[in-house]
Design a protein around this ligand. Structure first.
Ligand SMILES: Nc1ncnc2c1ncn2[C@@H]1O[C@H](COP(=O)(O)OP(=O)(O)OP(=O)(O)O)[C@@H](O)[C@H]1O
Length: 207
């Protein structure tokens, strides 16, 4: 599929268990895809493989017919590291600096992204002083400002109240509408219902 992601025979074994058991999946280049499934079904592992954070034991992930380039994937995982001693806006700006923005431009897009996620008033606060849900949104914002063609988000709404959750969903869907592929693992029905497509993972394979 031109520009899309193709997973072919992806196997991952962790601790002697087949966590991903030969995943074959075609994803369109643009749109939002929710990965759902029971706890332990391999959602995080699948996203880690797509993001290039985990090499599969077998199989390939192609984008536009070539092995996916990790630089084309912005990710926010549950353990995304943030710089606790730096402000929220500094942390988010790193995502824009990484794609070559000037400092001023990076700060501007970072502030916009934080605003969009309801954190405009926390932009100058050091991350270590933020709540878990606020940190989670800082991590989402940093992934979004990278403007990578693929965005991978693992449970991006897990610690959020309904209002903050809606902001995150809107931001992710806006990115998909703007022409990127958003792949989100979630237990949240509201998130899955908002996506263009739902992939149900059962025992390490799409159902
Ligand atoms: N480093 C590891 N070593 C051994 N087993 C692991 C490791 N990481 C994950 N697993 C196992 O792989 C399985 C799939 O984990 P994964 O985190 O991908 O599932 P998940 O669908 O994202 O679950 P959840 O919805 O609870 O986040 C689980 O049984 C987990 O215990």
């Amino acid at each position: 599929m031109s520009g899309g992601l193709e997973l072919r025979g992806v196997h991952v074994t962790l601790g002697g268990r087949h966590v991903l058991d030969g995943v074959d999946l075609d994803l369109a280049p643009v749109g939002s895809v929710a990965v759902v499934g029971p706890s332990g079904s391999g959602k995080t592992t699948l996203l880690a493989v797509v993001a290039g954070l985990l090499a599969p034991d077998a199989g390939t992930v192609l984008r536009g017919g070539r092995p996916v380039d990790a630089r084309d994937v912005a990710w926010v995982m549950q353990t995304t590291p943030l710089l606790g001693a730096r402000s929220a806006v500094d942390n988010v700006a790193l995502g824009a600096l990484a794609r070559g923005c000037t400092r001023a431009a990076a700060d501007a897009v970072a502030r916009d992204a934080l605003d969009g996620l309801g954190l405009g008033d926390r932009a100058g606060t050091r991350v270590r002083r933020l709540s878990g849900g606020e940190r989670q949104r800082v991590a989402v914002a940093r992934a979004l400002v990278q403007e990578a063609p693929v965005v991978v988000a693992d449970e991006p709404t897990a610690s959020l109240d309904a209002h903050a959750r809606d902001r995150v969903v809107q931001a992710l869907l806006a990115v998909a509408s703007a022409g990127r592929l958003v792949l989100v693992a979630t237990h949240d029905r509201v998130v899955a219902d908002g996506c263009d497509r739902v992939v149900d993972l059962v025992a390490g394979r799409p159902a």
